[in-house]
Design a protein around this ligand. Structure first.
Ligand code: GLU
Length: 427
């Protein structure tokens, strides 16, 4: 438990401004479909951007005010949906980009949701449980008018988990004077969570990979995979891909990574991380850095850590033939063309990692029904929706003779633009 809380050090993000990085792809897709100027202007500006102060008394008695954000990018298709991340370097621009990505992600997955994202600028590794609870409850209390099962539904994201969702649900419910499970997804099972939600993003990454391999006519057991990030998304993706017969030759987390041409035993690595927190000193193979992992000899690369990992600098050195984006925004916009020129197939984030929000949708539906599905049912439904989304993006890309990323944007933008046109502008 920290004695004193130090303000996080100034952060150094890649040169890419995340919102601009999203807009570069959006602009390209909008141009290709001749998007109506009014609709373009409408979609460019998030519907709502909120910054809140979160004053909290730390365990040492000192009061610190944290900054919290919630951005609703769009709600034309339904209530807005998206996670909340806790990180020292999160800011409004990043949350805006992530909120927009949620709009496109939900549209591609055919969910009745718009897109939103939230964040609190804090370093959870330096905070005690009670400090985290106070931050979460105050953040939720500040956003009572925004959150709601019919308005805006948060979920876990980087450094937030089931416990954080339970606190948000409880805080909201206390104010409503009744238990409202559907206000948040990614909750623990016994208070309205869904079976399969924890593994959903990684499972979706595996399903998207299988769909891509099928298109390429490649069998999974002939492939070598490198996975960057060993959190909820990376570890589950690696585990399920290895169950499908892929050989996981490299893994990494914040402590660094390992390369092993004989393949890494992922179940062992998962057990190791359970008791040691990170992969550090795990002896899974030759030590490599996170940067080196992206360039190792492999067929499939799964960046499942954070934004801006694949850049114009390292893109030329990537050896994988297929990239499946488990993280949000792992490829900087200026790397897109390099990957295309190299003939690398990229399953974009807004398709590849949509398994999480798809099962969030199932959780929300189950909360409204008051009836819960079993895990097989969840996974079958997820498989169906992932494959449908993949097929829609694939066909759109083919029709427009473009990449899967731009195809995904086109599919999403057309859908949201259509909804906007039907609903009309209320003024
Ligand atoms: N944070 C996850 C994402 O980026 C899940 C969002 C949700 O379930 O609402 O897709």
């Amino acid at each position: 438990m920290p004695e004193t809380y130090k303000e996080p050090a100034p952060y150094h993000k890649g040169e890419d401004n995340p919102f601009e990085s999203m807009m570069i792809r959006f602009d390209k897709a909008a141009e290709m479909i001749n998007l109506d100027e009014g609709v373009y202007n409408y979609l460019k500006l998030p519907v709502k951007q909120v910054i809140v102060s979160i004053p909290v008394q730390l365990d040492n008695g000192k009061v610190v005010a944290f900054e919290g954000y919630r951005v609703i990018h769009n709600n034309a298709l339904g209530p807005s949906k998206g996670g909340v991340r806790y990180a020292p370097d999160v800011d409004l621009d990043e949350v805006k980009a992530l909120a927009a990505w949620m709009t496109w992600k939900c549209a591609i997955a055919n969910l009745p949701f718009g897109g939103a994202k939230g964040g609190v600028k804090c370093d959870p590794s330096k905070l005690s449980m009670s400090e985290l609870e106070k931050i979460t409850r105050r953040y939720a209390a500040n956003l009572l008018e925004i959150f709601g099962p019919d308005t805006d539904i948060p979920a876990p994201d980087m450094n937030t988990n089931e416990q954080v969702m339970a606190w948000i649900m409880d805080t909201y419910s206390m104010h409503q004077r009744k238990t409202v499970t559907g206000v948040v997804t990614g909750k623990p099972l016994i208070i309205g969570g869904s079976r399969g939600r924890r593994e959903a993003t990684g499972r979706g990454v595996m399903m998207a990979t299988m769909a891509a391999l099928e298109k390429k006519g490649v069998k999974p057991d002939n492939t070598n995979v490198a996975v960057q990030g060993f959190g909820n998304v990376g570890s589950v993706s690696a585990d399920l891909l290895s169950e499908k017969g892929c050989k996981i030759v490299a893994v990494s987390d914040i402590s660094g990574g390992y390369y092993n041409s004989d393949g890494i035993d992922i179940k062992k690595a998962v057990e190791y991380v359970k008791s040691n927190k990170t992969l550090e000193n795990g002896k899974f193979g030759d030590k490599i850095t996170n940067k080196e992992l992206l360039e190792v000899k492999c067929d499939i690369l799964v960046p499942a850590a954070k934004e801006d990992q694949i850049t114009s600098e390292n893109a030329p050195k990537i050896k994988a033939r297929l990239i499946v984006e488990g993280a949000n925004g792992p490829t900087a916009a200026d790397a897109d063309q390099i990957l295309t020129d190299k003939g690398i197939m990229v399953i974009p984030d807004i398709l590849a990692n949509s398994g999480g929000v798809i099962v969030s949708y199932f959780e929300w539906v189950q909360n409204r029904l008051g009836y819960f599905w079993d895990e097989t049912d969840i996974n079958n439904r997820l498989n169906r929706m992932m494959n449908e989304a993949f097929e829609n993006v694939f066909i759109t890309a083919l029709n427009h003779e473009t990449t899967l990323r731009i195809g995904a944007y086109i599919y999403a933008i057309e859908k949201v633009a259509n909804a906007l046109k039907l609903r009309g502008i209320y003024s």
